[in-house]
Design a protein around this ligand. Sequence first.
Ligand code: 5GP
Ligand code: ZN
Length: 157
Amino acid sequence: MVFLEEAHGQTRNLSQNETQEEATKKEGKGKEKVAKAQGTGGGKMREDCIFCRIIEHKAPAKFIFEDEDCVAFWDIHPIAPVHCLVVPRKHIESLADADLSDKAVLGALMLGIRRVAMELQLVDKGFRTIINTGRLAGQSVFHLHCHVISGKRFSWP
Ligand code: 5GP
Ligand code: ZN
């Protein structure tokens, strides 16, 4: 028999007699392996970083999805009807701190943005993606992330 459990908006199959705790442990190990193989892991979790804490479920957030490379959750102070953040699991302080070894992380971030757009059905509405880099540009959390905003008409520039 197989049970379906919902965790942070994601469903996964639990085999018989497997507790959620055991499943979560296994899943975590699996994620580490995949991330290592793809070069999207690495980068130590930082206790002083709010996004690392959210990724590790040590701080609360309303998740849209979590995969082996990225997580996406709703911004706590939305500036648009839809405002979420896509965050790579790897702690990179900003886009300026990424290097060639982060190619896969950056690719995964782009695909994470696409996944949010698909899951929230933003394609027809249009959506804007923003990466603030550095304090002067408005970056306030120093763990690379991309804002995805939608649900209204945006002016430019
Ligand atoms: P930045 O200013 O660095 O480009 O974006 C950081 C974003 O993270 C801001 O929009 C801010 O509202 C959001 N943020 C900061 N702390 C938290 C938090 O603890 N939870 C969530 N969900 N969002 C946060
Ligand atoms: Zn971090």
